[in-house]
Design a protein around this ligand. Structure first.
Ligand SMILES: *Cc1c(COP(=O)(O)O)cnc(C)c1O
Length: 218
């Protein structure tokens, strides 16, 4: 199947309340254009500079999602256009996003990334750290960044029970904070585990290889 057929078929499986972020990292702009031409607008990238160069060449009504770990000195490059930063994993990054949002005269929307996986390599805050951040005085004062929900990545494993438990942890934190902080976005589920995320009532899935094919890292 072609990319546009994949996007259309994939969206058909999703409830209308779930947003598909098509993860286009490492893929050429022509692949994104093809998905765009089928009507899709939400794309995810994990490197700021790659996202910026794609933003420059592709249609301006694309909603760009930053899903990868962000270094603070890179925030300025995406502040003018990024739609949603999924991977806010420290108070210092949050502070920098507020600063660059101010310069760009925008309110940048973001998600706190929680560490739910049983792996050292995955970034994220613990539930306690996220709670501390959300209740901090500094956070209340930020006018150019708005936290609208949570993101997490489950362990890369065949053990579906474990994935389900990890997604449940994220969902529990989301439900606890949803009303208090006006959350509306729960970003969980990738090509290998989105069906489990759907069972847990995710609102946003980030799907790459199931749409664009396997990635070649070279
Ligand atoms: C690459 C990536 C995805 C998509 O992964 P697939 O397995 O290709 O669907 C989702 N989320 C994050 C954070 C990623 O880095």
């Amino acid at each position: 199947m072609s990319i546009s057929e994949n996007v259309i078929a994939f969206k058909k499986q999703l409830p209308e309340s779930v947003t598909l972020v098509a993860v286009s990292k490492t893929k050429p702009a022509s692949d994104i254009q093809e998905a765009y031409d089928s009507g899709h607008r939400d794309f995810g990238e994990n490197k700021v500079q790659e996202m910026e160069s794609k933003w420059e060449t592709l249609p301006k009504d694309i909603r760009w999602h930053m899903i990868g770990h962000v270094q603070r000195n890179k925030v300025k490059y995406m502040a003018p256009f990024v739609h949603l930063i999924h991977s806010i994993d420290s108070p210092r990054l949050l502070k920098e996003i507020n600063k660059q949002g101010k310069k760009a005269e925008r309110v940048i929307q973001g998600l706190l990334q929680l560490k739910i996986a049983d792996e050292d390599s995955k970034f994220g805050l613990t539930v306690a750290e996220a709670e501390t951040l959300l209740t901090s005085e500094a956070f209340q004062k930020y006018e150019h960044v708005k936290i609208v929900g949570l993101m997490g990545m489950a362990t890369f494993t065949e053990d579906t029970e474990q994935i389900s438990r990890e997604f449940q942890q994220l969902k529990t934190a989301y439900d606890r904070w949803k009303d208090r902080y006006g959350f509306h976005t729960l970003s969980m589920g990738m090509s290998g585990d989105y069906t489990i995320a759907l069972e847990k009532n995710t609102t946003m899935v980030r799907v790459g290889s199931a749409i664009f094919g396997e990635r070649n890292y070279s």
